[in-house]
Write a protein of this length. Structure first.
Lengths: 257, 401
């Protein structure tokens, strides 16, 4: 976890999605440091998070990750939080705001999806087979994960000489945890939660996103009582990396409202 | 020695190859698929090798498709959530395993390396990607993965077996005995994946007395568990005829010596009888630490003689020690997983056990929980040996049966 920006500023908590870590926000978060308190963290099991924070028995639902967010906010004694969640962390933020609405002032959902798998008339964009294929893909790509690299990747704050190797470790996670998080993420269904989230919410939607299609972003906005949508002219699922200017500008306009 | 003619031939073929291998051929016929895309992934240039691998024509791809479009859906998710961010964050992505969907719908396993080239102002300019056919490598990796999964399944199966076996070494829950307060705990060594050799049992005899047996077979694993199960059931069977605990231990000793078992064990057997509304306890130990008799906050003492190990000599020295067991008093039976719990070279020891018992005196459950918590905490929640604890107390107001 890292805290920067204005110590007395309104807190902005940035949460990364499936597949990466807080580095996802490095082109966006610093732009808010002059006026806000910036809180960046890695979900349990991701990035440089304390390996013992991940509990395979507990982290089987997005609610568990949401509980972590609530605990983080309470431990840091944050109030009026602006929560910015990318990808699956959008729903994690939504669940956190349902659990502890008093903590959150505004939510920003970047590329959210309340359900990835198609269901009757609802088009999430994926089938069960697609998700199995992803799990295969994860498995193929973690053959290179070795027990030798693991301690390096899991963070060694007391050994700065490992910094060089750490730059190689972006988006690398323990393979078991990655598969479990993938299952939790892509088999989640939070459609019923959306209408209950009263916190003002901005949906940031990329015009061409293979993970969270435009129709899904619109579904999120339409299902929530207090949400607006801004379309970003960006391709892909990570406008925080591919279009940081537009992403930051849209967030800035929303938080200034 | 090479002749002048041979030298000339070699020189000529060297120049011929050099002239033939121009930049164009180097690109088109490279021994890997090669493509360039915009930062968003739109294909702008592709080499002949890539077209041959995938079966597409240049017109199918250039200006029309993105690299992600050519992936399986699962691969596309991986691309969006891992590959693309990695490329953006560190400027390259290496040895990514993906599957390309070929023009005829077939799938080609590939290994992919990409670099992101930036303009002088840092803006992303172009992504260059090399694609290697990895069909055979992937087939082999799949076999490895399957072997790994099978190994994991066997391991899970073995753990399951160990846990099932372990359950046969202890009763599902301590029985309710009118006038007595009983609690027990069992904690296997380590992560509990391997079955251990500790056991205990609590049962009633036809004359209304109660027997508590607890013991520890040396070693771990299935062999130890089999002996522990034998010991538990021998104690049950022997207690029916035996008049006192030492006789039970003698029978157990004989069974261990006669049986085809190469293990010895320690055990403590306790008889509890109520005569004229007063509980009497008789204890006998075979190479086992005597139970702790807790009379008051300050009066804690070992009760009984340790005796000799069972399953070693024909005539073990096991003796009976009797005591009147009064309301408010407790007896604590434990295996050496408690007293020999280790932190580095230090043992948990009797003094810590007594302190834990004294601090949690009262209900049997509170003593059990207090001792277990302390022993586990002492070892950093990773016990090297199995831990079994049984606590029995006489309830303050004992109604007549």
């Amino acid at each position: 976890m890292s805290i920067s920006g204005r110590a007395d500023g309104q807190p902005m908590v940035f949460a990364h999605g499936f597949g990466c870590d807080q580095q996802m926000w490095r082109h966006v978060a610093p732009r808010f440091a002059d006026r806000f308190k910036i809180v960046l963290f890695d979900h349990a099991g991701a990035g440089a998070a304390d390996p013992s924070a991940y509990d395979p028995a507990r982290h089987t639902t997005l609610q568990a990750y949401a509980d972590d967010v609530v605990r983080l906010c309470r431990e840091l004694e944050l109030r009026d939080v602006i929560f910015v969640g990318h990808s699956v962390s959008a729903m994690i933020g939504g669940l956190a705001a349902l659990s502890a609405p008093e903590l959150f002032a505004k939510l920003v959902f970047v590329g959210p999806s309340p359900r990835y798998i198609n269901d009757a008339d609802y088009v999430g964009g994926f089938t069960d087979d697609d998700i199995d294929e992803l799990l295969d893909s994860l498995e193929s790509n973690y053959l290179g994960w070795s027990s030798v690299m693991a301690p390096v990747i899991m963070g060694n704050p007391d050994r700065p000489q490992l910094g060089a190797e750490l730059t190689e470790s972006f988006c690398r996670t323990d393979p078991d945890i990655a598969r479990r998080f993938a299952r939790v993420t892509f088999r989640s269904d939070n459609r019923a939660d959306l209408p209950r989230i009263k916190t003002p919410t901005l949906v940031l939607q990329c015009s061409n996103d293979a993970i969270a299609p435009v129709a899904v972003g619109q579904y999120v906005r339409d299902s929530m009582p207090n949400a607006s949508l801004v379309m970003l002219d960006a391709t892909g699922h990570c406008p925080n990396l591919s279009a940081p200017d537009a992403t930051a500008a849209a967030i800035a306009a929303f938080v200034a409202e | 020695m090479a002749t002048d003619v041979q030298r000339n031939v070699a020189r000529e073929s060297f120049y011929a190859a050099l002239l033939d291998d121009n930049a164009e051929k180097l690109y088109e016929q490279a021994p890997c698929g090669y493509l360039s895309t915009t930062p968003d992934g739109l294909i702008v240039k592709v080499n002949q090798t890539f077209l041959a691998l995938t079966g597409y024509t240049r017109d199918d791809l250039v200006g029309r498709r993105t690299f992600a479009d050519l992936l399986t859906v699962g691969g596309r998710i991986y691309h969006e959530t891992h590959y693309a961010p990695m490329l953006q964050l560190q400027g390259h992505a290496r040895e990514i395993a993906l599957e390309l969907v070929q023009a005829d719908g077939g799938r080609l396993p590939v290994l992919v390396n990409s670099v992101l080239e930036r303009l002088d102002d840092g803006a992303p300019a172009v992504v260059r990607t090399a694609v290697f056919d990895a069909t055979e490598r992937r087939a082999y990796e799949r076999e490895l993965l399957q072997a790994k999964r099978r190994a994991e399944e066997s391991e899970a199966h073995a753990t399951d077996l160990a846990r099932t076996l372990q359950k046969t070494l202890i009763p599902p829950a301590p029985p309710q005995i009118p006038g007595l307060d009983i609690a027990a705990a069992y904690r296997p060594a380590g992560t509990g994946d391997e079955v251990g050799g500790d056991f205990y049992d609590i049962f009633e005899l036809s004359d209304g007395s109660w027997v508590i047996g607890l013991g520890d077979v040396r070693g771990k694993g299935v062999q130890a568990a089999v002996v522990a199960a034998l010991a538990r059931h021998t104690i049950r069977a022997a207690a029916v005829r035996a008049g006192r605990p030492s006789e039970v231990l003698r029978v157990l000793n004989t069974v261990l010596l006669q049986g085809d078992v190469d293990r010895f064990c320690t055990s403590v057997v306790l008889f509890l009888r109520r005569i004229d509304n007063v509980w009497h306890a008789i204890v006998s130990c075979g190479g086992h630490a005597p139970p702790l008799l807790v009379r008051s906050q300050k009066d804690l003492s070992a009760f009984g003689e340790p005796g000799t190990l069972l399953g070693v000599v024909d005539d073990p020295a096991v003796v009976d020690t009797a005591v009147t067991f009064k309301p408010g008093e407790s007896l604590v039976l434990f295996t050496d997983g408690v007293t020999e719990g280790r932190r580095g070279r230090e043992f948990f020891g009797e003094a810590r056990l007594e302190a834990a018992v004294a601090a949690n005196r009262g209900a049997a459950q509170s003593i059990v929980d207090g001792v277990l918590d302390d022993v586990l905490a002492f070892q950093g929640d990773y016990p090297r040996d199995d831990i079994a604890i049984v606590v029995v107390g006489v309830e303050a107001a004992t109604p007549a049966p």
